[in-house]
Design a protein around this ligand. Structure first.
Ligand code: NAI
Ligand code: MG
Length: 358
């Protein structure tokens, strides 16, 4: 019997629709090659255009509507004429929080054929999995503004760290580390300057570590971590960090691995109490929107992670192999990877690679 997976596609703004349509073409191609599974895709036109038209990025029951799906494929959100905090909180963060997708996984490695801006660092020298706490920390949404416009105007942004929240992300991080060959976890904080929440983070890391005796681990302060990532990338494997720290470190990681255009992410509800969401880590990239040059590989890789999450591990592996065929060939690469291919050409090359595998 054919397995059917229901996918909610939210292309969003800017290059979001360009890369999502490319990924849906690829998923469709994969589905047609296999009798084993089929994806039923429903598209949602949520985003900044809807906000400007109707005053909200998504309908009030939007998050509830997503619960009916097996997974969500997301593009990007953000437009030049809407403040970024409105777009991000009105859609992406609302979905992540609403569906309690508290674990954000961000694999980074140098794909075959690509080069790092770091000299002497090639494929195999940089292979990381960043685990980002995705529900609290600095992006918990706690804070406020008062005395607006007055000289003593005040704004607070409170970082929240709960025992429950830190324990659950540490368990995910140690489990992910255990599943990788190196079995090593680096716990990132700034617990010298931030002496409450991140000291708790360190203490809980040490507690949870006792449940994973086969995983080795070390600790880094986030500022020193940027140095270690650039000077000694091979010493790192799995990394766990707070919402803000991991947000920043994963953009750095993507750049060190070749381009932000290839980096994928999974926003997981690990207990599967609600659907998880898969997206490229880049934003809506207004500077290249509509030019047809967006790199769709980050979205393809995200789609591969989605297939793995849905249990379609064979299709996931096929897609990853096809991505590597594309990155290996200079004639198939998009502009941000030094090539000349359009989004459509990269997509066509990828489908050819899938066909070639048979
Ligand atoms: P960005 O990721 O959109 O762009 C940064 C740079 O990378 C730009 O030069 C862009 O052209 C390039 N780039 C990004 N993705 C690319 C791709 N697939 N192929 C080729 N080049 C690519 O980040 P930026 O400029 O800081 O943000 C633009 C908007 O996106 C803002 O409104 C921001 O809030 C939003 N944003 C949304 C995110 C999301 O929805 N998950 C994540 C990050 C930013
Ligand atoms: Mg980011």
């Amino acid at each position: 019997m054919t397995r059917v997976h229901r996918i909610a596609a939210i292309p969003g703004d800017g290059i979001g629709p360009e890369v999502i349509e490319a990924a849906l073409d690829v998923l469709d191609h994969l589905g047609r090659q296999s009798n084993a599974f089929r994806l039923e895709v429903e598209r949602f036109d949520w985003g900044s255009k809807r906000y400007l038209r109707e005053g909200a990025l998504m309908p009030e029951n939007g998050v509830a509507a997503l619960r009916a799906f097996d997974a969500i494929l997301f593009g990007a959100v953000g437009a030049p004429d809407v403040p970024d905090h409105v777009t991000l909180w009105g859609l992406r963060l609302a979905i992540c929080q609403g569906l309690d997708q508290y674990a954000n996984l961000r694999p980074t490695r140098i794909l075959p054929g690509l080069s790092s801006p770091l000299s002497g660092v090639g494929p195999g020298d940089l292979d990381w999995l960043i685990v980002r706490e995705n529900s609290e920390g600095e992006y918990a949404g706690q804070g406020g503004r008062s005395h607006r416009g007055q000289p003593h105007e005040v704004a607070t942004e409170t970082a929240i760290f709960t025992r429950a929240g830190v324990e659950r992300i540490m368990r995910v991080a140690f489990s992910q580390a255990r599943a990788r060959p190196r079995k090593h976890l680096t716990v990132v904080t700034k617990s010298n300057a931030q002496r409450y929440g991140l000291v708790l983070w360190d203490e809980i890391a040490a507690e949870v570590a006792t449940e994973f005796p086969d995983v080795t681990w070390d600790r880094m302060l986030v500022d020193a971590m940027t140095v270690r990532m650039t000077l000694d990338p091979g010493s790192l494997d799995t990394i766990v960090a707070t919402n803000l720290h991991a947000d920043i470190l994963s953009d750095l990681a993507a750049a060190l691995a070749g381009s932000i255009g290839i980096a994928p992410t999974a926003n997981l509800n690990p207990e599967r109490a609600a659907p998880s969401m898969f997206e490229p880590i880049h934003g809506s990239a207004f500077d290249i929107t509509g030019k047809g040059v967006a790199n769709p590989i980050g979205t393809f890789w995200s789609a591969a992670m989605m297939l793995g999450y849905l249990g379609e591990t064979e299709a996931e592996a096929r897609l990853m192999r096809a991505i590597e065929v594309v990155t290996s060939d200079p004639e198939s690469r998009p502009r941000d990877l030094g090539g000349a291919c359009s989004t459509a050409q990269v997509t066509a090359r990828l489908c050819q690679a899938l066909d070639a595998e048979g």
